[in-house]
Every structure is written in C-alpha cells, then in structure tokens.
Ligand binder design. Structure first.
Ligand SMILES: Cc1cc2nc3c(=O)[nH]c(=O)nc-3n(C[C@H](O)[C@H](O)[C@H](O)COP(=O)(O)OP(=O)(O)OC[C@H]3O[C@@H](n4cnc5c(N)ncnc54)[C@H](O)[C@@H]3O)c2cc1C
Length: 462
C-alpha cells in the first residue's frame, strides 16, 4: 500500500459534502433547531445526529423504557443524518458468519455467538420498529446473496458453514444460511439463483433494505415530539469537565457552551477530536456509493434479493435493488484501497474517491447476466466517512476515566445491523446499569486495555 497520510486538520464534518441519493428528499427537521438559543444545560447531551445519536434519542424518549423528567439535547455539526447514515448503501445485512472462526478464536465461543445473535436480531427489531411507528422508509424484508467468484474461497466458506452448522454453533445464523453450489450459481436470477457473472457458489440469508435517511428522520421526529431539543449546524469543538460544577461536562460550540451530567459521543469517525484517547483507534475513513438507473423499457426483471459480491482480489461490493427499479451499489475498494491517501484518515466527503469515479458506470452490464443491453447507467455517486478501528471492533460503553461520558462509535461499513440494539444498551447504562447488565457484545466494550493496545489492523500491525 502507499504511504499513510496524517491529516493534521481538526476532524470535524466538512461543508459542501457530496449529495447522496438518500438526501434528495429532505425532511422538515433536516436543519432544525428546537430553540433559537442553545440551552446552557441539560441532563443528557447527545453529540452526533446519525443512526447512533438518533437511535439514542429515540430509545431515551420513546423506547421500551423511556427516561422520565430528564432534558435531552442533540447537537449535530451539519444537517441531521448528513454523515455516514445518510450516505450508506441502505443495506441492513447481518453477516457475522465469515468471521465466526476469528471471533471464536479471539473472544471465545459465547462472545462470538452473542454477536451473531445480536446482528441477526437487528433485522427483526427494525422490521418491528418500522411497523410499530408506521414509518414510510422503503423497508424491504428480504434475503441477501453472498456471492463467491473464487472457487477456493467458495469451497472453504461452504466447508466452514457445514462444520459450524453440524456443531450447532451460532444456531440462528447458521440455520438461516442456505448454500448454492457452483453448478447452479450462475443461472439467471429469474429462476431464483444469483445471476452474477462468474459466480461459483453463494449463500443466501435474511436481510433488509431501507431508505436510511427516511427511517432516521422519522425516528428523530418522534424524539423531537417527545421533548428532544435538536440543534443542527452546531459543531462541538471540545468537551471537558465543567469548571464550576463537579461531575458534569461542558461541550463548547461556536454558538455557546452547554453542560450536562451525561454525554453520549455518537460522533463516528470524528470522535478523536473530542476524545483524543481514541486517536488512531477510531480513524475516519472514506467510502463510496452510487445509484444506478435503467430505462423501464430495457430493464431486466427486478432483482429479488440484495447482494454482496466477493471478488477474487479480496475486494467486495454491496448492492440493493429498489422498488423504483434503481440499484444502490457501493464498495469499489479494489480501485482505491491500495493507496491510503484515497481513504485513510480523511473527513473529506465533499469529493469523490478519484480512482473509483467511473467504477459504477457499467456496473450492471459488467457483473450481471442479462444486463448487457439494459442501458443501465450511473445516476448519482457520493462519498461518506466511516469510523474504522485499529482492532476492527466498535467502541461502546462508558469512556475509561470519564465518568458520565458514553461512546458508541466505530461501526465501520457495517453499522446497520449493529447500532439499534447498541444504543438501547447504552441507554440502559445511562439509567445506571453496568455494561454486562445490558445486551451488548462483550468485545465492543471500550476499555483502557483496548485504548493502550498497539494493535493496528488498519496499518497491518498486531
Ligand atoms: C459509503 C458508505 C456506505 C455504507 N454502506 C453501509 C451499508 O450498506 N450497510 C451498513 O450496515 N453500513 C454501511 N455503512 C456504514 C454505516 O453507514 C455506518 O456504520 C453508520 O451509519 C454509522 O452511524 P453513526 O451514527 O455512528 O455515524 P454517522 O451517521 O456518521 O453520524 C455521526 C454524526 O456525528 C456528527 N458529528 C461528528 N462530529 C461532531 C461534532 N464534533 N459535533 C457535532 N456533530 C458531530 C456528524 O456530522 C454525523 O452526522 C456505509 C458507510 C458509508 C460511508
């Protein structure tokens, strides 16, 4: 890989970000401020208005066990849901299974199974939430293909799956997986098999697709209706102990300061600006995503599942078909990942990743059987900033050495099947429970040891 760029800019969200498809229909709360003036204090302060921050607000004010009589303020640097959540692939896809052996080896069987169940349960939890709140967000409960294009990888994946299934490990996940062998795998999707060129075997499993911005903004609206004070366009530049009141924290913004007894850092890749101990632990990294459209008269039949296509160069793409006939597809890592300056330690979602700018132009023709004469073409392309981790795991829980400060960040390119229940757990902790008393994956717990570790998966040191 190329040399590592060490960006010395403060890690705050930038202006003029690229426009993702999801943010083409803006919600009334997109740039909302509940009060003209920033309150001077509150009980619970949430920093960050993405999935994690909005999830926390909803669980606090409208969840199964809402807190009573506490004031909650959410500060967002830009528009609501303008970070990774508003720019992702809309793919809610639990996929612990390829990494199960690693998790079992590193963290033990119980912890690995707990994580598998935790991800698996997200699909149902979000399906129920959407139904309960009557949210219009194109939520589609479906199955997802995991496509292999390398025969050795495919055989190894199948072997592992059969071994784990037989041993009854991570039962819900394994029982839900179905394997299709090479001889049937490239048949066209019309008869239910993948339709991906070069497919040599595939799994399917339960997943969902969604318009993430619409889902989040509906939840935000509910939280605001229950008393959340939302303050968009309010970047927090520092958080420190309140000089005049012990046991509380003050967040500083260009619009004034606000103090709170409890603070939730839902700041994704930008976290180390406010919590410097996470520098190098949660690193802002850029990804790219696109929307492809196809004229109705030449459009092949609608894809009936979502996809992850694993290429033999180690890279993979993810894709969801939408009811409007368009396709949202992201990834393209093979085009840019070798050179760190394209993606590592950058908060610039105002520009594309240059080597990937044309990657999606003929994506459907290049990768799908029956699409050669479809006329499918790129409609929109955008970038977004993720929080990648030096040990490949999110950081969740009370920040070591900062009583009353909680973090939920670093969900990499996989937040959709992790964040909802994580924030429920965090809210339980705000109510006084210990990490181990709420439902959170043990390996996500933020600890002094993890912060002090020299491990760096992103730059290849263990
Ligand atoms: C291109 C792309 C495609 C992806 N595709 C998928 C997918 O298909 N499926 C999936 O599961 N995951 C996907 N992801 C990852 C997923 O989007 C993230 O894991 C998830 O959205 C993270 O949510 P979050 O709330 O932690 O972060 P964000 O949504 O980024 O929210 C953090 C918020 O904090 C705000 N903020 C940061 N610092 C400050 C500050 N100092 N003051 C005030 N506000 C601040 C930011 O402006 C931002 O709005 C993708 C990500 C990208 C970028």
């Amino acid at each position: 890989m190329g040399s590592v760029q060490t960006d010395q800019q403060p890690l705050l969200p930038v202006a003029n970000s690229t426009t993702p498809f999801w943010r083409t229909e803006l919600h009334e709360l997109d740039s909302h401020r509940s009060t003209d003036v920033l309150p001077a204090e509150c009980d619970i302060l949430i920093i960050g208005g993405g999935y994690a921050g909005i999830g926390a607000a909803y669980h606090l004010l409208a969840g199964d066990e809402p807190i009573a009589g506490k004031t909650v303020v959410l500060l967002e640097a830009r528009e609501a849901c303008s970070g990774a959540t508003g720019r992702n692939g809309g793919h809610l896809r639990p996929s612990v299974y390829p990494r199960l052996p690693y998790y079992i080896k590193e963290y033990g069987k119980d912890a690995a199974e707990h994580l598998a169940d935790f991800e698996f349960d997200h699909v149902q939890a979000i399906a129920e939430l959407v139904k309960k709140e009557g949210i219009d967000c194109d939520f589609e409960l479906t199955r997802s293909y995991d496509i292999y294009t390398d025969l050795d990888q495919a055989q190894a994946a199948k072997k592992k799956y059969l071994r784990y299934k037989e041993a009854g490990i991570a039962k819900s996940t394994m029982d839900d997986l179905e394997w299709t062998d090479q001889d049937r795998a490239e048949e066209v999707y019309q008869i239910g098999i993948s339709g991906v060129k070069g497919c040599v075997g595939c799994f399917t499993f339960t997943a969902a697709s969604v318009w993430p911005y619409k889902l989040m903004m509906s939840l935000l609206k509910i939280a605001v209706s229950k008393g959340l004070n939302l303050q968009t366009h309010t970047p927090v530049t520092a958080v420190s102990p309140t000089p005049t009141a012990s046991g509380t924290w003050t967040a500083y913004t260009p619009r004034g300061a606000i103090s709170a007894k409890q603070v939730i850092f839902a700041t994704n890749g930008y976290t180390s600006t406010l919590l410097p101990e996470y520098e190098g632990k949660i690193v802002p990294c850029r990804g790219i995503c696109s929307r492809i459209v196809c004229p109705a008269e030449t459009r092949p039949p609608q894809l009936d599942k979502t996809y992850c296509i694993r290429f033999n160069n180690g890279s993979h793409d993810y894709l969801i078909p939408r009811a409007d006939g368009s396709i949202v597809v992201g990834g393209a890592r093979s085009t840019f990942f070798q050179d760190y300056k394209n993606w590592y330690n950058t908060v610039d979602d105002a520009s594309l990743i240059t080597p990937s700018a044309n990657y999606f132009d003929t994506y459907m023709q290049d990768n799908f059987v029956g699409w050669d004469d479809s006329g499918a073409k790129l409609d929109q392309i955008w970038t977004g900033i993720m929080g990648y981790n030096s040990d490949s795991l999110p950081s969740v829980g009370e920040v070591p050495g900062r009583e009353g400060c909680f973090i939920a960040a670093g969900f990499e390119g996989h937040g959709m099947p992790l964040i909802w229940l994580t924030m429920q757990g965090i809210v339980g902790m705000l109510g006084g429970k210990k990490y181990e008393e709420v439902r959170l994956p043990s390996m996500f717990k933020t600890t002094k040891e993890r912060l002090e570790s020299k491990r760096d998966d992103l730059r290849g040191t263990n």
